[in-house]
Design a protein around this ligand. Structure first.
Ligand SMILES: *Cc1c(COP(=O)(O)O)cnc(C)c1O
Length: 443
């Protein structure tokens, strides 16, 4: 990065600082991953300089012979990897991709149904008031049961009553397998379309470690930067079933992405997506996907043996949500303490959280990056032991009942945790582990 260094030392130094941070922490945010050098090279390539509004062979600009091939390769690889007949690789990211699906298949005011944000859904699944999906569409939301699981009988009742035009099935903080077949049966009972938003688990599906929704749903949306380990981006897939229902569904999706919502595609991202799809179509990636889940399950068991509570009692996927209510500590405090110990997570609501969303009762943990680094069960047991120790250390930080006190409370807690010797000591041990599993510069 010598050119960046010469031109802009300030940004160069920040990039270096971020590299150093990523090297020396256990990144356990389940939506993140460390993409390969090959993916990053494609992303930083001159393809970035090109405008290619439109689709291969039908561009609004000259000079797109190369861009056409790049996009066609990305499309062909997606079709092969996921077994679908129609693909759009242009969405800038997951949120605009969901917007494109709605724009393509719904009219404003149509009824959509998605999982509540607080139960592990996504903002774009119809979250009320603040999002486009909750305001432009008539949004009804389903919840998880008291045990944290999605109760399909409850869902069926809600669907029968509400008759949504489209059901979004997909999660950001739900650790369990989704029963795609059952969702299909329920949707068919009212003639609803099903969008599977597999943003989080796309890599697990590609690696054959998590059930694919493709045979059961009409449209699939996935992000490329989470378990799929590519650049930031998204892909929309239309299934055989979707095309059978509406032969124009593919065309509608394409038109919604461009010109409906977006301008020129990011050809450098498309190239990097093609690279990550090639990487995902290997025996090594299959092993990677399975190991992610084995690691998450080992981590979960370790945490439970140490007395911590997991929502739904465990995981079938790459993520876990720790319910901290028995420890009487909020997620914010634990996430802050974990970062002092060089373990990076995010605070998260737990099902039917009794604390407010800004001070929720859980932390969400994921194993994709640790697995990318080559860590296995042995390391998960160590990491789990550290996490349990950190939680024990902060058990006494109770959230003030007085709302006005809460922000001041977090500032005070942050200061105290930054000086906590036990956390600092764990942090040093974490750095030693990180150095044994280098990754950024070698693959
Ligand atoms: C991450 C995610 C998205 C949005 O992706 P962005 O790229 O952050 O816009 C949408 N849906 C689900 C379920 C996700 O996990």
């Amino acid at each position: 990065m010598n050119n960046l260094k010469k031109t802009d030392l300030q940004i160069y130094n920040l990039v270096k600082a971020e590299e150093e941070r990523q090297r020396n922490v256990l990144e356990m945010i389940p939506s993140e991953n460390y993409a390969s050098l090959a993916v990053r090279e494609a992303l930083g390539s001159v393809l970035m300089n090109k405008y290619s509004e439109g689709y291969a062979g039908r561009r609004y600009y000259q000079g797109n012979k190369v861009a056409d091939q790049v996009e066609e390769i990305a499309i062909a690889r997606t079709k092969k990897l996921f077994g679908v007949p129609h693909v759009n690789v242009q969405p800038y990211s997951g949120s605009p991709a969901n917007a494109a699906v709605y724009f393509a298949l719904l009219n404003p005011g149509d009824k959509i149904m998605g999982l509540k944000l607080s139960a592990g859904g996504h903002l774009t699944h119809g979250h009320p008031k603040v999002t486009f999906s909750g305001r432009f569409y008539n949004s009804v939301q389903y919840d998880v049961g008291a045990d944290g699981w999605i109760n399909m009988e409850e869902v069926a009742k809600l669907v029968t009553r509400e008759k949504p035009k489209l059901i979004v099935v997909g999660t950001t903080a739900y650790p369990r397998i989704l029963d795609w077949k059952k969702w299909r049966t329920i949707a068919d009972s009212v003639g609803a379309l099903v969008l599977a938003d597999v943003s989080h688990v796309a890599g697990l599906i590609a690696g054959g470690a998590y059930p694919t929704p493709v045979p059961y749903v009409d449209v699939v949306m996935l992000t490329t930067h989470k378990t799929l380990r590519g650049p930031r981006g998204a892909i929309i897939l239309v299934t055989e079933r979707g095309l059978k229902k509406d032969p124009d569904m593919g065309k509608k999706i394409d038109r919604a992405v461009f010109p409906g919502l977006q301008g020129g595609p990011h050809d450098n991202t498309t190239a990097a997506i093609a690279v990550c799809l090639k990487e995902a179509d290997t025996a090594g990636f299959k092993k990677y996907a399975r190991q992610i889940i084995t690691n998450a399950q080992t981590l979960g068991e370790t945490l439970q043996e140490a007395g911590l509570t997991l929502t739904t009692g465990g995981t079938d996927s790459h993520l876990l949500v720790v319910d901290l209510r028995p420890q009487e500590v909020i997620g914010n405090v634990v996430a802050e303490a974990l970062e002092v110990a060089h373990i990076v997570t995010n605070y998260n609501t737990v099902p039917h959280d009794t604390n407010p969303p800004m001070f929720p009762s859980g932390v969400r943990l994921g194993t994709p990056i640790l697995t990318t680094r080559g860590m296995k069960e042995k390391e998960m047991k160590q990491v789990g032991a550290w996490i349990a120790e950190v939680v024990k250390e902060v058990k006494h930080y109770l959230l003030p009942a007085d709302k006005a006190e809460r922000t001041r409370f977090m500032t005070k807690v942050k200061g105290e945790l930054a000086r906590n010797q036990k956390l600092i000591k764990i942090g040093k041990a974490v750095i030693v582990l990180c150095k044994k599993f280098p990754v950024l510069e070698i693959y």
